[in-house]
Design a protein around this ligand. Sequence first.
Ligand code: FAD
Ligand code: NAI
Length: 508
Amino acid sequence: FRFFRFIWRVTYLSTCALIGYTGYQIWEGRNPAEQFEPDPSKKTLVILGTGWGSVSLLKNLDTENYNVVVISPRNYFLFTPLLPSCTTGTIEHRSIMEPIRNILRHKKARVKFYEAEATKIDYEKRIVYAKDDSDIKGDTMETEIPFDMLVVGVGAENATFGIPGVREHACFLKEVGDAQKIRKQIMDCVETATFKDQTPEEIKRLLHMVVVGGGPTGVEFAGELQDFFQEDLLKWVPQIKDDFHVTLVEALPNVLPMFSKQLIEYTESSFKEEHIDIRTKTMVKNVTDKYIEAEIQKPDGTKGIEKIPYGLLVWATGNALRPLVKDLMQQIPAQKNARRGLEVNEYLVVNGSENIWAVGDCAVANYAPTAQVAAQEGAFLARLFNTMAKTDALESELKQLSAKQATAKPDDRTVVLNEINERQRQLRRVKQIGPFQYSHQGSLAYIGAEKAVADVSWFSGNIASGGTMTYLFWKSAYLSMCFSTRNRVLVAFDWVKAKFFGRDVSRE
Ligand code: FAD
Ligand code: NAI
């Protein structure tokens, strides 16, 4: 009996603590403290982008040490790991967006934000050119922003490898707008396929959902789409039962190349059970409005071209450089041989520059282009910049103390000398910041039918797991990683809502 009373008390107290903590987080989120203007004589730090790298930097940066200016065409942070769930309405897109204004308003010193696209970085003149490309146009649409220090965190754009027709006919899956477009097109395909007198061939084409790219984006989307079909579409539009079909097309011999062999096999067999077709060794070469043309390897080893009709085409073949980044690379001679992005040193300084740093998908630091890497790089830069500001402050204090010591009376000299020694000790401690070191926490991916795969680092080893328990782990990991309490609550509600009421099949 005592044991149960103890358990009851612990449960009661931890629930109260959780409610109290969540309540405080919500209150704090709604009531930011007063901000002060930073000292105009301090250095201007310009940060490009509001993605994983830049926001992680902003979150950890002591903004009172710099005049911080953020430029991005997106006035929110997007939690990309849950973006595939927005394509089918499992999660509403606003649940994984966090306004950048909220993030910046909670900093001690004010940060300027311009919703604009950086169109050019003049490395020599230390100027960023920015353009407001939003729908509402003011009298001023272009401006110049000078910087002392610059952080480039603009991410990457979708790779198309110059394949004709991709940009015109395929949907990408990188931004909120892409997920909304896909959600709309899925329902459009379904409604058009059920239009009176549609031919059987056309119904088959319209209900063929083709995903190109067997990386984690393509796999997660294919899984989400099949779930949507099985759990909701089938109920409300049963006549599409035999024609709705998801196909994943991949150029390599297998999907998810970054996962262990065992998990690749698990994913492929789960897809088979879920009736998702995987077409490996199939490289798309051309895209038209109704079919893709792919180079396939025939059983006899020869190559041929196959036409695959589609209703919805989602293109997820990885990353390519943004024009802004390409242009900056051309200005810096040390970047002459760089191909995949801005090459950086172990302190994330762009090679060949002194005052430009790069984080995330636009930087090449020999890590995979993932949110995990970008977030750790951003946090590292914040530590570096906070340290640099402390170093500057200590060095100027030391200068003043040395001057004071020279003019001090003999009795006061020992006191000043002690102060100098103390500051020197602090300076040595502060300067001890080591280079950036990435700590890999593991890879996770949802594969549909309430299953996930995980390659998780555990001490010095690795644990590979797949299945429903891993799915629960995937859910709790992503819920805890959401940016704010608001995001966490909204995502949890969306999951509950989808479970109880199903996903919404109306076309906006
Ligand atoms: P981004 O997060 O892409 O941010 C770039 C920012 O720069 C944006 O705010 C953009 O608006 C802004 N920008 C663009 N152009 C300009 C310009 N000219 N001037 C100023 N600003 C500009 N990684 C994981 O580790 N785990 C996952 O589960 C995972 N899931 C993913 C799911 C999907 C669907 C996708 C697409 C990616 C996923 N990733 C995941 C990868 C991860 O999202 C990226 O690696 C990460 O977003 C990179 O961060 P970043 O800061 O470099 O760029
Ligand atoms: P990716 O680069 O990981 O995979 C793209 C795939 O497309 C490759 O396997 C490639 O062989 C294939 N491909 C390229 N051209 C093709 C063609 N013409 N025809 C057929 N197949 C073709 O890209 P993805 O999935 O967009 O991921 C980008 C980055 O984001 C990666 O670093 C990934 O690790 C990360 N990410 C991580 C996730 C996770 O951890 N859960 C989820 C989504 C993305």
